[in-house]
Ligand binder design. Sequence first.
Ligand SMILES: Cc1ncc(COP(=O)(O)O)c(C=O)c1O
Length: 386
Amino acid sequence: MTEPIYLDHQATTPLDERVLEQMLPYLTHEYGNPSSSHARGRAASQAIRDARRRVADLVGAKSDVEIVFTSGATEANHLAIMGAALEARPHGGHVVTTAIEHKAVLAACQRLVDHHGYTMTRVGVDEHGRAHPADIAAALTPRTVVVSVMHANNEIGTLQRLAAIAEITRPRGIVLHTDAAQSAGWGLLDVSELGVDLASVSAHKLHGPMGIGALYLRGGTRIVAQQTGGGQERGLRAGTPNVPAIVGFGAAAHLVTSDAVPSPTRVRALRDRLQDLLLDSVPGATVNGHRHRRLPGNLSLTLPGIEAADLLDRLPGIAASTGSACNTGSGEPSHVLTAIGLTRAQARATLRLSIGHTTTETDIEQAAKLITDAVGAMLPASARAA
Ligand SMILES: Cc1ncc(COP(=O)(O)O)c(C=O)c1O
């Protein structure tokens, strides 16, 4: 049986073999606990230091101590939002985010509301999925302590204007967090350029292993630890570090910063080809997200008259998603798609195809044909393209 064509790189990416190679010793003979003072412990500790340097380079951090390893972007989002908001409690109890955040961010904000008496404002976005800095400014109150705006959206790929938002939050002393899980692998994340105080990243979105991520914490930004115990990660995230995964994250980060992965331009060209083929062959199909300020591999397409979940059921030869992987199977239309103005029916007719480094030109041509044929079979004859 042939493997399905993998067009779900925004859900996760395959582990790069070069990453696996660097992880293997730490899964086998290099098994020391980095807190141990003997040689094996010291080797593990050194491996973590090297990986921390590499992840710091990936995000553009000034110093390695600005990196806190976590179990992924979900945990980093919670640590950032809960940690910064609780730290700033004496100064206020209001957080601002956007309507299109990943559920991990929305859940962390909601937790502050439900359990800690904070209030939250969710700023809307335009039809391209962009939050306007003026709308963020208008949402601020003297009690606002944290603003969290994602860098790139996981469903529609839209990139936000974080530098302009930082110009609003910085003079007011408000902590600015970004969920950069989707952008870091494309070399798009530079925390200095964007002016963010906190940024969440995840290894499995950039050909590293699952279950490892990091929070970038700008020097001087204070947060309350959410998991305490053995004092690891400078007391900000207790628990024996996952050494093989951290090494893998460092290796994956290094592949990005040393240009050892194919260029985003190649992926963008493949995405554009798939977009053109499907816009030509599927009547009334429309692209969601910003046409230019969008991740290179993202293609969110609304195919009128089609239930995207049914379409995917008919396409065992393609691995893709309706909205985000997290929404798939929930039956609820995506909050991102409804926030950009799609009706519930349009949201249910939306397919997310995400292209990555392993995608080939043949994959694109074959996927376009498979999708076109399946859509043709689902639409009444009168609605098919001539
Ligand atoms: C934007 C965004 N934030 C957070 C996450 C969660 O990341 P992780 O799987 O590392 O917890 C994802 C992944 O699905 C994502 O796309």
